[in-house]
Design a protein around this ligand. Structure first.
Ligand SMILES: *[C@@H]1O[C@H](CO)[C@@H](O)[C@H](O)[C@H]1NC(C)=O
Ligand SMILES: *[C@@H]1O[C@H](CO)[C@@H](O)[C@H](O)[C@H]1NC(C)=O
Ligand SMILES: *[C@@H]1O[C@H](CO)[C@@H](O)[C@H](O)[C@H]1NC(C)=O
Ligand SMILES: [Zn+2]
Length: 534
């Protein structure tokens, strides 16, 4: 990094000598300089000598990719244990791993009759505590008529254009009929409908059997949620979406059998999208077995759906990314500390291991981007495919309209890598990470690159060789999202009977200009800044 002062118009930051990657293309030097002003990409081209710049980042021939967009991140959410990361430590971890936007989850408890106060309370948990930009999904657990017809339109107006539904977990799961009713609304409103698909009753039965046989060790978590439970629920979710002619996004798909249903539906032009996560690309259920010194250590790898059986499972999912079955890859960051009475140790609270008491989830917001880039180095995917599933598609699917690609006018959210040949590979240890969790399930994985700089709206927020996290927790802003993220060409599906949605269809979200002015006022007054998604 240095300064650089030719004549010409001034920009805030000039990135030189990189290879810019988009979801389809590569732009090589000398045509690949990026001029950034006021947080936006001003232009791209052979710009040295044309612009003067406050600051220059020399990308040294390495890839410059859009900042990571992680659309499945649990932060400061009350789940079945005490989540280890709030917005502060979770987003610090995000930028240290090349991610510049996260979408986290506002969570409706079954007893809550309105979701509007839920969103309001969640805004307070994030405001002023985020190192990167953020938005929220709404987890619906009790979709009353009022919520579906009167409150979802308000959420859309507030720029919250996605809901997440669970087919499993007793306290929060929805019946098929409830899912259908919500689909009618999200279809009309252009909201993205995310579904966690596992068959709840199958899993309950297996759990009962395992406990009757005194099998409570962490390993049995993997046994208790067999592939067939994901297989059935994925197929059912696709069928529900087909009946309602509503696009859906199946989250954290872990098995080839479920992926095959998705692939088949897509070839019929049904509007089915799917996500997988790095844990299903790198980790196996053997990780849930006792280690030599600690019979409970497998708890560190307890997540749902569980890690699967063999290398063939991992290979099938990589293939599903390469061949376009998976539209997006996110972390499902849902971190619980291991040595913590309200973390993974909850599974030992009775003195013996009960795998159903172990909070579900893994830390991963910091490792997602580097693990996907590793897939490029290992020959699993191309660098363009990396950009597509790590940044561009997640931004498009969820309506982050100013994020996810490197083009003039877009937010200057970037990740600058090292030239592969100059990078000294290393094996990951937890203390190299910036999360506040006491372990990483990816301990020992060998990395041949890592984000060198992370740039969020034109600010260098992570400088790996120059101080690490150099951003601040007041930098990140709530981003309003546009709707219709899942819209796609219509297949041959025809349906003449879909009842009319009785709720209100909101107008387009407010125009960008007044919204930005408001954001400036709000920030000056110490309130929640808002960057409009349009
Ligand atoms: C995350 O940061 C908060 C402070 O903002 C802290 O209270 C909490 O303990 C941190 N989490 C962990 C697991 O250290
Ligand atoms: C693409 O990947 C999916 C998921 O692994 C798989 O089901 C499918 O057979 C693959 N190939 C084609 C041509 O669909
Ligand atoms: C963040 O990561 C850097 C580089 O690995 C490390 O040196 C530093 O200790 C980490 N900081 C925190 C707060 O974890
Ligand atoms: Zn999740």
């Amino acid at each position: 990094m240095g300064s650089y002062t030719p004549s010409g118009p001034e920009c805030d930051l000039l990135i030189t000598n990189g290879v810019i990657v988009s979801a389809s293309d590569l732009i090589y030097p000398p045509a690949s300089d990026i001029a950034i002003k006021n947080g936006k990409i001003l232009c791209i081209g052979s710009l040295q000598g044309l612009f003067s710049a406050q600051k220059v980042v020399d990308a040294d021939g390495a890839y410059v990719t859009p900042g990571g967009v992680d659309t499945h991140v649990h932060l400061d959410q009350h789940i079945n244990g005490a989540l280890g990361d709030n917005f502060e430590n979770g987003t610090r971890s995000a930028i240290a791993g090349g991610t510049t936007s996260v979408i986290t989850f506002a969570f409706q408890q079954k007893t809550e009759e309105s979701v509007l106060p839920v969103v309001e309370a969640y805004h307070k948990k994030a405001a002023g505590l985020s190192y990167c930009d953020y938005s929220f999904h709404m987890i619906l657990t009790n979709p009353t008529k009022t919520i579906v017809e009167e409150e979802l339109p308000i959420l859309v107006e507030q720029g919250i254009t996605s809901v997440k539904l669970y087919m499993t977990y007793d306290p929060i799961k929805l019946r098929d009929r409830q899912i259908l009713d919500i689909m009618l609304a999200t279809r009309a409103l252009g909201m993205t409908t995310m579904i966690h698909a596992e068959n709840s009753d199958m899993i309950d039965l297996v759990i009962e059997q395992l406990y009757a046989q005194k099998k409570g060790d962490p390993y049995y978590h993997a046994i208790s949620r067999p592939k067939v439970a994901e297989d059935e629920a994925t197929y059912r979710a696709i069928s529900l979406a087909q009946l309602m002619d509503t696009p859906i996004l199946l989250v954290h798909i872990s098995s080839a059998v479920a992926a095959a249903h998705i692939r088949k539906a897509q070839t019929k032009l049904l509007p089915i999208h799917a996500e997988t996560c790095p844990q299903y690309l790198y980790l196996l259920k053997d990780g849930l077995r006792a280690s030599e010194h600690d019979p409970f250590s497998g708890a560190k790898c307890v997540c749902s759906p569980p890690l699967r059986d063999s290398q063939a499972d991992l290979d099938a999912l990589w293939e599903g990314i390469a061949n376009g079955t998976f539209t997006t890859v996110s972390s499902d960051h849902c971190p619980f500390s291991y040595n913590h009475p309200l973390g993974k140790q909850l599974g030992m609270a009775t003195g013996e291991s009960r795998f159903t008491d172990i909070p579900n989830g893994l830390p991963g917001v910091e490792t997602r981007v580097p693990l996907l880039y590793k897939g490029v180095q290992d020959g699993k995917i191309t660098i363009q495919k990396y950009v597509e599933v790590a940044s561009t598609n997640p931004a498009r699917l969820y309506g982050l309209s100013t994020k996810g690609t490197i083009a003039a006018g877009y937010d200057a959210d970037l990740c600058v890598w090292y030239p592969d040949a100059k990078f000294e590979s290393f094996e990951l240890q937890n203390d190299m990470l910036n999360h506040s969790i006491d372990y990483t399930p990816f301990e020992g994985v060998k990395f041949g690159n890592w984000p060198r700089y992370t740039i969020s709206r034109g600010q260098v927020v992570w400088d790996r060789d120059g101080g690490g996290v150099v951003g601040t927790k007041s930098h990140g802003k709530f981003v309003k999202r546009i709707k219709n993220g899942l819209k796609q060409p219509r297949g041959r599906f025809e349906n003449e009977w879909i009842p009319e949605y009785k709720g209100r269809i909101p107008a387009k979200p407010a125009a960008a200009a007044p919204e930005l002015a408001k954001a400036k006022e709000a920030t000056a007054a110490g309130g929640v800044g808002v960057v409009n998604g349009v």
